[in-house]
Design a binder for this molecule. Structure first.
Ligand code: ZN
Length: 406
């Protein structure tokens, strides 16, 4: 088995093997349905040395990110979340026309636009050509590149020294984790601050969010694992906040170790993780058992509803939906289609299952009895948007932490 992506230790402890699965964001066209779909191992492991939960297998990034169908700006709650952190940092750090804010994996500029609107110069970095182009079209300067040591040196050589460097939901995605963090250390120097958000492994374990495990998501961070990773590159986590977004995340404030130290909230959360065992097998093995139970319950519920004469659909052609459906073998024999609000996804077909992706209006036209809510991290938003469907008698099924009808 592979070495730890962070500390290099071996062997990794097997936690949950989800088998060979298709790429969760590789939506197919009608013509592609007939073609063979590439599948790759999806196997969650734990490094007992540094506490990093991780996949064993890296899909080449060129396979994943060249035409990425995920545009952050179509999700209102993400834009609101981005706006509030931007306004807060502009105030707290006194950012203005002479400052620079950068973001790694800047997507379509959903975050940087708020700094630009506040008069702060911005620069995005994103590897997906179609998304970088979309950001440029919206007036957000964007470097199309895979960030790492070399790109960081180039940016510094060109005079880009960010006061604030954002990295939201990207640390978990990079195959060369140490190269990426080394690049961050180079870019922020002693002056800048990294503000990074990442899904938090404790929430994944507690809420049985196993469907957030997919090929692009290589690492599942505890603060323990992040602390060691940063330390290795001369960085220190000054502060940490827990956030509800994406099923539970942490937001880190990181600086050069020469100018900062671990703050009280960091020390407290590290202590809490020692308590539940962030580097121990047991909490991960309990999680794997709960995943197996969830599968039996969910498939049983869907089959009972169908046996009672109900038609079923799903909502949210998100990556996590792909893992859930492919892990439990839920496909066209149980569901009619997946409704999704993103025009980029409509008309395509979901990975593995081949379920067609349709506009949400179809729910009101067809009135399936139950809709499996795959994008449960946006449950409140989606249920509110689909009020008319619910008022007409439709119901949603939330799959995690245990299936329930709402
Ligand atoms: Zn490790």
């Amino acid at each position: 088995m592979a070495d730890c992506r962070s500390c290099g230790a071996t062997p990794l402890h097997s936690v949950l093997d989800l088998g060979d699965q298709p790429l969760a964001n590789r939506l197919r066209t009608e013509e592609q349905l007939a073609e063979d779909e590439p599948r790759f191992p999806l196997h969650l492991t734990l490094c007992l040395a540094c506490g990093l939960a991780q996949l064993t297998h890296s899909v080449p990034p060129q396979e994943l990110f060249t035409d990425y169908p995920y545009f952050s700006s179509v999700i209102p709650s993400l834009v609101g979340h981005a706006r509030s952190i931007a306004l807060r940092l502009v105030a707290e750090r006194g950012l203005g026309p002479d400052s620079l804010v950068m973001e790694l994996a800047s997507n379509d500029g959903y975050l940087l636009q708020h700094y630009r609107d506040a008069g702060v110069p911005v620069l995005g970095v994103d590897p997906a050509a179609n998304i970088a182009a979309a950001a440029e079209a919206r007036g957000i300067p964007t470097r199309c590149a895979f960030f790492g040591r070399d790109v960081a040196r180039e940016l510094v050589a060109e005079g880009h020294r960010p006061d604030v460097l954002h990295a939201n939901n990207v640390l978990a995605h990079v195959p060369d984790l140490n190269g990426f963090v080394a690049g961050i250390a180079t870019l922020i120097g002693e002056h800048g601050r990294l503000v990074a958000e990442s899904p938090y492994v404790k929430d994944l374990l507690d809420q049985v969010e196993f469907d957030t495990i997919y090929h692009e998501h290589l690492c599942y961070f505890s603060l323990t694992a992040l602390d060691r990773l940063m330390e290795r590159h001369g960085l220190v986590i000054e502060d940490v906040e827990r956030l509800a977004i994406h099923g539970g995340s942490v937001r880190l404030f990181v600086a050069a170790a020469s100018v900062a130290e671990r703050g009280p909230r960091v020390l407290e959360l590290l202590e809490e993780e020692r308590g539940w065992g962030a580097r121990d097998r047991e909490p991960y093995e309990r999680f794997a058992q709960r995943v197996r139970e969830l599968g039996h319950e969910l498939v049983g519920l869907l089959d009972d509803l169908r046996a009672g004469g109900s038609t079923l659909a799903a909502y949210g052609a998100a990556a996590k939906g792909s893992t859930l459906l492919n892990t439990f073998g839920i496909g066209r024999e149980r569901l009619s289609y997946i409704a999704d609000a993103s025009p980029h996804k409509q008309g395509r077909y979901a990975p593995g299952t081949g379920l067609p992706i349709v506009p949400p209006e179809r729910l009101l036209e067809d009135r399936p009895g139950y809709v499996l809510l795959l994008a449960w991290n946006f449950a409140d938003e989606i249920v509110a948007q689909q009020r008319a469907y619910r008022e007409a008698g439709g119901r949603f099924i939330l799959p995690v932490p245990a299936p329930r009808v709402v």
